[in-house]
Each structure stands twice: as C-alpha cells, then as structure tokens.
Write a protein that binds this ligand. Structure first.
Ligand code: SF4
Length: 350
C-alpha cells in the first residue's frame, strides 16, 4: 500500500500512470486531500465508484495522527503532539496572531545540535523528517482551523530540529507548502530559522525563494556563543554574520536575528553594544526573546528592567529590535518540552 499523502500533482500523475487513471483526476484527488481535507477515497464523490474502490486497493492517505493537544488559557496558542506511522512523534505549534494563523513546524524529531537552552536537544535526534511529514504537520493544524472557517497563513520553521541540516527535504517542503494545489502559502509568509549552518545559508540564497531567514544568534561574541551553541565552534560568529549580510544584500529581504535573553549570561549592556557593532549597517532586525525557562537547565529570565535596558541600548545604536510577545508558556511552548515528556513516559511504558 502506497501512502500518497504529501504527493504533488506531478507525483500523483506518476503513480497513477500504471493504473490508467487520467491525469486530470490527480488534480481532483489533490483537491479532496489538501483542500477538502478528505483522507478516504470513498468520500471523493466526483470519482466513479469503481475508481474509488480501485484506488483504495493500492493507495492510502495517511497524514500524522494526534497524540495530544494543549491549548493556552488565552486561546492564542495550541500545541499538538503528532505521530507518524513509525511511532516517531513531533511537536507542532499554532499561534493565532493578529495578521493570521502561524504554524511552527518541526523539521526533525528531536535535535542533535546541542544548544544549551533548548529542550528539543535533551534526548538527541530520533530522525530527520521527510518533506511530506512536515507538510503533515501543517495539514493537521489546517484541518483543525478549517472547523472554524480559518486556515494556516504563515509558517515558521522554528520547531524541533535544524532545518538546514535536513536541507533537501526542507526545500521540498517549502515547495509543497507554496504549491497552489496543496497549501498555497505565500513564500513571503514563510520564515526559516537556522542555528548557523553557514554553507547552507549560501545554498539557500541561491534557491531564490522570497522567504525570510532568521538566524538564531543568542550571543554577540564567540565566547558566549560557544558556550550556548556548539555549532559556533564550527561556524564562528564572524562567518555567520557575513553570511547573514550576504543573504540580506542578495535577497533584499531583512534578516531576523533571534536573541534569547538569559539572565546574567548574555543580557548586559556590554553584550547589547557588542551586538549593535556586529549588525551595524545590515538589513537586519533583532527579535529579543526573554527565555522560557527549561527546568533541566539553570537559565533564568531577566527582569523586565534588564529586558528593556537591552532593547533601549540597541535602539540607541539604531538597530531595529523588538521584544517578542510571550505566547503559550502555560502550554510549555518552548520547543521540545511536550515531546520529551511523551517520549520518556512511552519508554517507561506509561
Ligand atoms: S535551538 Fe534549534 S538547533 Fe538548537 S538544539 Fe534546539 S532545535 Fe536544535
């Protein structure tokens, strides 16, 4: 049985060829799956009964299934734990914003990048996700939103995993998400976040996709960044900032630098000034994220006073910056926390 979930029109044409199914049928079937949210051929009523029965003998349509859903008290954030056929699970987050509905997509199950502040890396990486599995995350959330006559409008590749370490599948996923027969999401509404896989930032630049690049910087110098993000030892800050500058210059799209603010680690005025020097004259924006504490790590959120002082310092140096609005702390929205609990409990047989 072939699972055709995530197939685009071309791939559907290919698999249907040997069954003598005319190509216009592929478009109808794609419409049933991705637009009308049907995963059973029996519901595809504009296909003949014979065809529906024949298709069901050879093909199945299996997006991931829900294990658990948590909704924040303010109803703005929902977190979904989704599971694929091989029982590997990932977290996907829906954030209801004033400009649309944004989905935070995981690109790997777990992560082995080892960032010190991140829950996703605590259990390592189980495996990378295929393009159609990432699409499955978006599809699931979209089918939930459809119940409210809404749909997914924005994507951020900021869930578990390093997207640029799963490069080919991530690029395929971006194409599937954009494809008007599938999700039809504008590239301009997609943000890809990287911890700093420098060579693949240059590769991404050559794809000519008008997506936003977001660089998880989190430190203004190698000393602090080496301690927080092991990838910095391979691709130091100077090379990363140069890649970000090239990306901005070539694509004419503003690069976002994510900066998790951690009490007494990277939140001083000295660090703010260093950061301003790094980004001077760049088409850049700094997104300051006061840390969502991770129990397993001893990192704390700075006081409001320190957060504002950091922001003020950047603004005084003419660096565009904002403090990210806090969403979903009551559903453990820091990536990886829900999955970690589930994986640990499953291993214990609970
Ligand atoms: S922050 Fe991103 S790259 Fe770093 S460990 Fe977490 S998921 Fe991986």
């Amino acid at each position: 049985m072939t699972n055709i979930f995530g197939y685009d029109i071309e791939k559907l044409n290919d698999v249907f060829k040997e069954f003598n199914i005319p190509t216009y049928r592929s478009k109808q079937i794609a419409d049933w799956i991705y637009n009308k949210g049907k995963t059973s051929f029996s519901e595809m009523t504009n296909l003949s009964k014979d065809l529906r029965e024949n298709l069901a003998k050879s093909f199945e349509i299996k997006p991931p299934v829900l294990i658990k859903r948590l909704n924040s008290n303010d109803k703005e954030t929902s977190k979904f734990l989704l599971e694929f056929e091989d029982k590997i699970s990932v977290e996907t987050v829906l954030m209801r914003k004033n400009y649309g509905n944004s989905v935070c997509v995981s690109t790997e199950a777990g992560c082995n990048m080892g960032c010190a502040f991140c829950a996703s890396t605590l259990l390592g990486k189980s495996r990378s996700l295929k393009a159609e599995e990432m699409l499955g995350e978006v599809y699931y959330v979209n089918s939930e939103l459809k119940k409210e006559n809404k749909n997914v409008t924005h994507l951020v590749l900021m869930g578990s995993g390093e997207p640029l370490m799963n490069y080919d599948e991530v690029i395929k996923f971006l194409h599937l998400s954009h494809d008007e027969n599938i999700m039809g999401i504008s590239y301009r509404n997609i943000t890809l976040s990287t911890s700093g896989v420098v060579p693949n930032i240059y590769r991404l630049m050559e794809e000519n996709l008008p997506i936003t690049l977001s660089i998880s910087l989190h430190a203004p110098n190698d000393k602090i960044r080496n301690a927080l993000m092991p990838i910095n030892k391979k691709y130091p800050i100077k090379d990363l900032i140069t890649a970000g500058k090239f990306y901005g210059d070539k694509t004419k799209r503003r690069v976002t630098y994510e900066y998790i603010l951690i009490d007494n680690i990277n939140d001083g005025k000295t660090e703010a000034k260093e950061l301003a020097v790094l980004l001077k004259n760049q088409l850049a924006h700094v997104n300051i994220i006061p840390i969502n504490p991770v129990k397993e790590r001893k990192f704390f959120r700075p006081s409001e006073e320190k957060i504002n002082a950091f922001l003020y310092c950047l603004e005084r140096e003419n660096i565009s910056a904002t403090v990210r609005k806090e969403m979903g702390t009551d559903v453990n929205a820091a990536c990886g926390q829900l999955r970690n609990r589930y994986v640990k409990n499953t291993k214990k047989g609970e």
